[in-house]
Structure formats: C-alpha cells, structure tokens
Design a protein around this ligand. Structure first.
Ligand code: NAI
Length: 248
C-alpha cells in the first residue's frame, strides 16, 4: 500500500479487473494509493495484473461474480489478507448479442447473472463491513446502451438499465450510513469487448460520437478515481456518462 495519494488506506475490490477497462481502473486506484484486489474468472490473469500494479500489497483472486457463495468467500478472504473492502467497483460484464427473436434464454440468463446479479452479490457481501465503518464507496459500470437501448443487445441493455435502478436504490438506502453509490455509463471504449466491430462499424460509430473518437479504458479509469475520492464526497445516486458526448 502506498502512504501517499487520496485513496491511501482504502481497500478496493475491482471485479473483472484482468483486462480492458477493469485493468485500467485497477491501475488508477493503485496510483491513487489504494490497496487493490483484482478479481476475475481467471485467477492467474487477475494475479498477474495485481502483481504489475504500482505500490505493494495488491492481490489477484479468482471469482465468478454470478456465484453468490464465491463472492462471500472472496470478500472474507480479502478482509483477512488486506482488510475490509472500502471501495467496490462492479466492472465485470459480458455480452451475448443477438436479435431478440434469435436470442436464447441462456443468453438472457447469462448476461443478467453476471452484469446485474453479480453487482447485487458483491454489494450485498461488502455492505455489512461498510456499514460498520460508516463509510464506503460503490461504483457500478453500466453503459450508454442501458440509457439508449441498442438493437441486438436487449439482454445487455436491460442488465445495464437494471444497474441504474440498482445504483439509485442502493444510494438511497445507504446514504445515511456514509456509503455512496454511483454509476458510470461508458460509451464505446476500445477493449477486447469492442475489438470485433470491424472497420466499417467503427467508422460509422465514430461519426455518431460528437468528440469523434472511441474512448480509451483510461478515460473511464480517471472518472472512477474521481468518484472514489474525497472530491466526490457529496455525490451519490448519479449516473455519469463518459462517452464523448453520445448521450446528452
Ligand atoms: P472485457 O470483456 O475486456 O473485460 C471484462 C472483464 O470481466 C474480464 O476481466 C472478465 O474476466 C471479467 N468477467 C466476465 N465475466 C465475469 C464473471 N462472471 N466474474 C468475474 N469476472 C468476470 O470488457 P471491457 O470492455 O473492459 O468492459 C468492462 C465493463 O465495462 C463491462 O461491464 C462492460 O459491460 C462495460 N462497458 C464496456 C464498454 C466498451 O465499449 N468496452 C462500453 C460500456 C460499458
């Protein structure tokens, strides 16, 4: 743990931190002085990312966020090895895209269980500790698609819109306990998730973004750092679009 930086002393849990946006979030929180625990389905990948973060004491662990018991176990392990989680970033997410008529029930269920139930599992598991400490921060990574909808992504959009309602409910329920809960709605960010869009699709997408470019994982990570820190101490229940102006 670093003893400088606005997040020094915080124990941050970043789900889906093994790559993409989650990895950039883990890095920016570590740079701000937090002790970061990276979890992902692949424990080796999570450990590798944690080991490369600046500062000491970071951990990587395997955890499927859709498995409630696995989440409880990992949160307990973090408390033993690093201290109770004081900052939670729900970043883990998947897509199983298809047009509605072709979308299988499994595609619907898988996306809901990771993107929406996963957040319920993690928030539930860390809340008791945060209430005891009378402080804590939760940041949920939703999507502009949850605000606008998107053809071919009914399951994903519904899960991300669900996260918005979840964020606001948790914020209302826990504000008096010193716990803040906000969401970030990224636009199109250059990661593995968006890698197979193809050049044509990327060009037309770029044309629909007022700022004229796709986002980078660091564009999201900087906003997570802001929402996690003392500058955002009076902000709760908000959904911040970080999308180059797509939604306004
Ligand atoms: P990615 O596919 O590159 O990374 C997803 C991460 O989540 C991986 O580390 C993966 O291991 C982890 N993960 C998946 N299922 C998991 C599970 N059951 N338990 C634990 N970890 C699991 O995705 P990317 O692009 O970095 O996205 C991160 C978040 O940002 C997701 O929630 C995504 O929906 C959201 N987002 C991404 C956008 C983009 O344009 N890339 C736009 C808007 C939102």
């Amino acid at each position: 743990m670093s003893d400088v930086g606005e997040l020094s002393g915080e124990v941050a849990l970043v789900t889906g931190g093994s790559r993409g946006i989650g990895r950039a979030i883990a890095r920016s929180l570590a740079e701000a002085g937090a002790t970061v625990v990276v979890v992902a389905r692949n424990g080796d990948a999570a450990a590798e990312v944690a080991g490369a973060l600046p500062g000491e004491g970071h951990l990587g662990m395997a955890c499927d966020v859709s498995d409630a018991q696995a989440v409880v176990d990992v949160v307990r392990r973090i408390a033993d090895e690093a201290g109770p989680v004081s900052l939670l970033v729900n970043n883990a997410g998947i897509t199983r895209d298809n047009l509605l008529l072709r979308m299988k029930e499994d595609d619907w269920d898988a996306v809901m269980s990771v993107n929406l139930k996963g957040a319920y599992n993690t928030v539930k598991a860390v809340t008791k500790g945060m209430m005891k400490a009378r402080s804590g921060v939760v940041i949920n990574i939703t999507s502009v698609v949850g605000l606008m909808g998107n053809a071919g992504q009914a399951n994903y959009a519904a899960s991300k819109a669900g996260l918005v309602g979840f964020t606001k409910s948790v914020a209302r329920e826990l504000a008096s306990r010193g716990i803040r809960c906000n969401a970030i709605a990224p636009g199109y960010i250059r990661t593995d998730m968006t890698a197979d869009l193809g050049d044509g699709a990327t060009d037309s997408l770029q044309a629909s973004i007022p700022m004229g470019r796709l986002g980078e994982p660091e564009d999201i990570a900087g906003v997570v750092r802001f929402l996690a820190g003392p500058s955002a101490r009076y902000i709760t229940g908000q959904v911040l679009a970080v999308d180059g102006g797509m939604v306004m």
